[in-house]
Design a protein around this ligand. Structure first.
Ligand SMILES: [Zn+2]
Length: 236
C-alpha cells in the first residue's frame, strides 16, 4: 500500500466510527490482558477445496473468522456460505465478480454489492452490512454509496501477502515474524492453500494467549441475527 493511501486510511480510521470504517479492532483488551484478540479475515472465496480446510483449521483452534465472499462464487457454492454462518463465523460482501476497481464505475459497483448482499441474505437468512471492496480500493462516489447504505467497510492492518507465498517455507517465515497485537485485522485469501496453513501455524504458536474473533464480535450491529445463532466466543 502506498504511503499516501496508508495516510488517508489511517486518518479515516481515526475520524470515522468503527462500525462504518474498520481498519483494526479495539486496541484495549476488554479487561483480559492475557488474551489478545485478532481477526483473521478471508477474501475471494468460497473455494470448494480450500474454504473447507480453512473452516476445519478454525474449528480445531476454536477460533472464528470473517469471510468476504465474491457473489458469483457464493452462488456456485451455497453450501459453503451456509457452513460459514452455521459454524459461527462472520460473512461479508466482496462484490459480485471482483471486477477491477479502476475499471468499475460506481453504478456497477453498487449493483454488484447489492446482488451479493441479496444472495447472502437469501442463503443464510441473516443480513450482514460488512463489506470489503476488491483490493480495498474505493472512489469517493463508491464510498458515499456505501455510507448512504449504512455499510460497514472493513479493511485490514496486517497483510501477510499470502497470494505471493509459494510453499510452507514462506508461510512459516511470516508466521515466525508475526507478533500479534490486540485488534489486528489480518488479510488472507481462502482461494489459496496458504490461508489454512497460516491458521494452523498461528494456532500452534499462540493458542495460549491469542484468539481470533469474528468481526461481528467487534461490530455486533453489523448483523441482524438472533443471539443464539451468533458466533460463540472461545477462551484463550
Ligand atoms: Zn479480493
Amino acid at each position: 500500500m502506498s504511503l499516501g493511501r496508508q495516510f488517508i486510511k489511517g486518518t479515516m480510521s481515526r475520524l470515522l466510527p468503527r462500525d462504518r470504517f474498520l481498519l483494526h479492532g479495539p486496541t484495549s483488551t476488554n479487561g483480559d490482558a492475557t488474551c489478545v484478540e485478532i481477526a483473521l479475515t478471508f477474501d475471494d472465496g468460497p473455494h470448494p477445496e480450500w474454504t473447507p480446510v480453512v473452516l476445519d483449521a478454525l474449528a480445531k483452534a476454536g477460533w472464528k473468522g470473517t469471510f468476504f465472499v465474491i457473489g458469483e462464487r457464493a452462488a456456485e457454492h451455497p453450501e459453503l456460505v451456509k457452513r460459514i454462518v452455521e459454524e459461527g463465523h462472520a460473512i461479508g460482501n466482496h462484490s459480485y465478480t471482483h471486477s477491477e476497481p479502476s475499471r468499475t464505475a460506481a453504478r456497477q459497483f453498487a449493483d454488484e454489492t447489492r446482488r451479493t448482499s441479496e444472495l447472502i441474505d437469501r442463503l443464510t437468512g441473516t443480513h450482514s452490512s460488512l463489506i470489503r471492496p476488491p483490493k480495498g480500493k474505493l472512489s469517493l462516489m463508491k464510498f458515499v454509496h456505501l455510507w448512504q447504505n449504512e455499510q460497514s467497510i472493513v479493511l485490514w492492518n496486517v497483510d501477510p501477502k499470502d497470494f505471493a507465498m509459494t510453499d510452507d517455507v514462506s508461510t512459516d517465515s511470516w508466521c515466525d515474524s508475526y507478533k500479534p497485537h490486540q485488534g489486528d485485522v489480518i488479510l488472507l485469501h481462502d482461494r489459496l492453500p496458504h490461508a489454512a496453513t497460516i491458521v494452523q501455524r498461528l494456532a500452534q504458536r499462540h493458542a495460549d494467549h491469542v484468539k481470533s474473533v469474528s468481526v461481528f464480535d467487534w461490530l455486533p450491529s453489523a448483523i441482524s441475527i438472533s443471539p443464539s445463532s451468533n458466533g460463540v466466543s472461545t477462551e484463550c
